[in-house]
Design a protein around this ligand. Structure first.
Ligand SMILES: *[C@@H]1O[C@H](CO)[C@@H](O)[C@H](O)[C@H]1NC(C)=O
Ligand SMILES: *[C@@H]1O[C@H](CO)[C@@H](O)[C@H](O)[C@H]1NC(C)=O
Ligand SMILES: *[C@@H]1O[C@H](CO)[C@@H](O)[C@H](O)[C@H]1NC(C)=O
Ligand SMILES: *[C@@H]1O[C@H](CO)[C@@H](O)[C@H](O)[C@H]1NC(C)=O
Length: 369
């Protein structure tokens, strides 16, 4: 009853709060997306023009005759005889067969979305042991979805793996319209991503979409694993780039990135590496808040039906949540909306929880000292 008797200014106050809540929740993303729209650019820089011309003329045929020099397992035929709209390349570690099987059974168990072909492959480096190599060869014969490089698989060599993914695409899968590069920690909603890319299809070229990382500085800590010497990358900041957790590039952009990569040091992390290549080719990253980056998005069915990715998925979550997402009916606009609000708020709360845990841990360490 009291609710009905509110005065005009009271209603205004409530409305104001509701609006404020939504601005706080979604505003930053909307502004970000608006400003990061890449406009059709005109290139005056001779170097960029020259690089784009080289990418257009790029010929991988000579390379194809010497495949064994770059790949332990090349799976060169996987892409050959089909029209692929979206090729997904998942960086995986050699010993993680169980995880690959889980991904094959869940979000990657799709061959087409509304008639548009989708294809998934795993990118591996060489394992340390011969036994693991035998298992991988066997797995590859069974599933025909493994690309294995000739470099040793390690976190430091992740950039080489990303480069291999790009090279493999332009060599053996040049008919794929879009390429999604991601890793085995992720959940990817392929159907919603394909729907989104179908709208973009009219966009001419140079597509490079993901969660954009801005003003990142190279790691200059001598002892750290990702140390980047000034001699390798002298600049203070990396150019804006899409988080390596998951990003999408169009085939033409992949060719340009590949051509540019010859002059970019592989000592920089994979995301920044692709960003530097893209910049040299005159390609701007486009931000979409539906990519999670390295963050885990708290599960909500209608939210997960809308977003593109979520990271740090445990095996259980992957199976349970995929089952629910794929078996349930579509969400209405209102349900999607509340799903997004809910998973947004919960993910924020998780962030604070983690922060607090970190502070507590730090203080405990301090205390122990
Ligand atoms: C393939 O590799 C062999 C041996 O290294 C080399 O002699 C040959 O020129 C290469 N072929 C092509 C097409 O690159
Ligand atoms: C993929 O899904 C189909 C049904 O949509 C199912 O029959 C098949 O067993 C699944 N494949 C795997 C590897 O789980
Ligand atoms: C990266 O791969 C190369 C080639 O196999 C290898 O020589 C190097 O040791 C690897 N780096 C690391 C840090 O594992
Ligand atoms: C396998 O992948 C999962 C998910 O990314 C990860 O948590 C786990 O540590 C990996 N295991 C190995 C042996 O690499």
């Amino acid at each position: 009853m009291a609710f009905c008797r509110l005065r005009t200014h009271q209603w205004c106050f409530i409305l104001f709060n509701v609006v404020l809540f939504h601005i706080l929740l979604f505003g930053a993303d909307l502004v970000e997306e608006y400003f990061l729209q890449s406009l059709p650019a005109t290139y005056t820089d001779v170097k960029i023009l020259e690089l784009r011309e080289r990418a257009r003329k790029l010929d991988m045929v000579p390379f194809k005759s010497n495949v064994s020099k770059s790949y332990t397992i090349s799976s060169s035929e996987v892409c050959a005889d089909q029209e692929t709209f979206l090729l997904t390349i998942i960086a995986s570690s050699p010993g993680n067969r169980t995880r690959r099987d889980l991904i094959r059974q869940t979000w990657a168990n799709l061959t087409d979305i509304r008639g548009y072909g989708v294809l998934t492959v795993f990118a591996l480096g060489k394992p340390a042991s011969e036994a693991t190599q035998l298992e991988i060869t066997e797995e590859s014969q069974k599933h025909k979805d493994i690309i294995e490089g000739i470099f040793f698989d390690s976190p430091e060599n992740h950039t080489l793996k990303t480069l291999m993914a790009v090279q493999w695409t332009v060599t053996f899968c040049s008919n794929a319209r879009f390429i999604l590069k991601t890793n085995e920690e992720m959940f990817v909603n392929i159907p919603s991503l394909v729907e989104y890319l179908l709208i973009l299809r009219t966009h001419p070229e140079d597509i490079y979409i993901g969660k954009v990382v801005r003003q990142e500085t190279p790691d200059r800590e001598l002892e750290s694993q990702g140390f980047v010497p000034v001699s390798q990358y002298p600049e203070k900041y990396y150019p804006d780039y899409c988080s390596a957790a998951a990003f999408v590039i169009s085939q033409d952009a992949a060719r340009k990135v590949y051509v540019a990569s010859a002059e970019v040091p592989s000592a920089v992390p994979p995301g920044a590496f692709v960003g530097i290549c893209a910049q040299r080719a005159g390609i701007m990253p486009i931000h979409s808040s539906r990519f999670s980056g390295k963050k885990h998005i708290r599960y909500n069915r209608c939210c997960y039906k809308f977003i593109f990715t979520s990271s740090k998925m445990s095996d259980d979550q992957l199976v349970r949540e995929w089952k629910e997402i794929s078996e349930s009916k579509d969400c209405t606009l209102l349900e999607t909306y509340y799903g997004l609000v809910s998973c947004r708020v919960m993910t924020y709360l998780d962030k604070f929880k983690n922060l607090n845990m970190d502070t507590i841990k730090n203080e405990a360490l301090h205390f122990a000292d």
